[in-house]
Ligand binder design. Structure first.
Ligand SMILES: Cc1cc2nc3c(=O)[nH]c(=O)nc-3n(C[C@H](O)[C@H](O)[C@H](O)COP(=O)(O)OP(=O)(O)OC[C@H]3O[C@@H](n4cnc5c(N)ncnc54)[C@H](O)[C@@H]3O)c2cc1C
Length: 126
């Protein structure tokens, strides 16, 4: 475990996490972004509701641009999954995964959403 305490640990590197990374990087916070790499942006053929892109933009391209923008301010996503998160007695947070552990004053959860598909009888037929 690193002795350095981050200002903020961002968990999740999709649209939300990377947007937060840009802001915190610009404000020169000590920030780390951990991302498992399954952003739903990767599944968007072309989104047409992102401001500034009147003709739309493909989801993977948008993700790439957001990553580049965050990197300009010193935040490069680290590919890993956070498995556990808890608050310590000193008020800091401890996040743990198979690749290490991280301490931070604040944690920003930007882990997105996942589909919970209903059981549909027809879908079980061959
Ligand atoms: C087919 C499809 C089409 C869509 N079209 C549009 C559209 O046209 N316009 C639009 O506005 N939206 C669209 N969306 C929705 C859009 O993709 C989501 O709103 C957006 O990606 C949400 O961003 P997010 O950062 O909250 O989550 P995500 O982009 O999903 O990112 C979450 C990230 O957190 C990571 N993560 C989760 N748990 C952990 C963990 N424990 N440790 C480390 N990392 C973790 C995930 O791997 C992922 O990379 C579409 C979605 C889909 C599936």
């Amino acid at each position: 475990m690193s002795d350095d305490i981050l200002d903020c640990l961002i968990i999740g590197g999709g649209a939300a996490g990377l947007t937060a990374a840009v802001y915190m990087g610009r404000y020169k916070r000590r920030v780390l972004l951990l991302d498992e790499g399954h952003s739903r942006l990767k599944r968007i053929p072309r989104t047409r509701n992102v401001p500034g892109f009147p003709d739309g933009i493909e989801g993977p391209e948008l993700l790439h641009r957001l990553q580049e923008q965050a990197a300009r301010y010193g935040v490069t996503p680290q590919a890993t999954r956070v498995e556990r998160l808890r608050k310590l007695d000193d008020g800091n947070f401890l996040a743990e995964g198979r690749d290490g552990s991280w301490r931070a004053r604040f944690v920003l959860l930007a882990t997105g959403a996942s589909d919970v598909e209903p059981e549909i009888e027809a879908s079980r037929r061959p």
